[in-house]
Design a protein around this ligand. Sequence first.
Ligand code: 5RP
Length: 214
Amino acid sequence: MKKAAAAAAIRHVPDGCVVGVGSGSTSNFFIAELGAIQHRIRGAVASSEATARRLKNLGIAVLDLNSVEELPVYVDGADEVTRQLAMIKGGGGALTREKIVAAVARRFVCIADQFKLVDVLGKFPLPVEVVPMARAYVSRELVRLGGSPEMRKDFTTDNGNVILDVHKLSIRAPAELEGALNQIVGVVTNGLFARRAADVLLLGTERGVQTFER
Ligand code: 5RP
């Protein structure tokens, strides 16, 4: 189902463009598909070091986001996604770079299997990237917001920070919570993608790929 969703995303990649590429197992299927049509694109912007390595291994040019004027499309997976196309991301810890690339992209195409579709976000623990010296303070603030944060063990992000995975949140107003979390000093990014939600969801299901659009 992940592979089918990834394959369907290729028709959202315009000829001659630079494409933003996400991280995780679904994105890895997309990278493989991109390898097959690499003659049609100028190159890619990667949302993680791991994705950059995979792209380079296939011979796809990896460009610095700062050198790119236009990013027509960003393709990435999600840990949870609603029918309104708000998402939880960051299960792989790449949320900050993913959010930056998503912000620049004109269109966000989310690729996922049917198990990622939810009515209410929050069963999947919400990743929050935190500057290491602020870990204890941010944890206390997250508890005040009703969450139960757990430090991700033996993990450092590509940006040198730690991740707190926040359990027990039932997120009925994702855009508001995303904003509130961003206000906590020491938080670099949180894994809610509601203010910049996806534009298209390609959902791999038992009955084929379903498309949801905003
Ligand atoms: C990584 C992410 C991924 O998109 C998310 O974790 C989904 O992963 P997968 O495609 O392996 O299910 O946000 O930071």
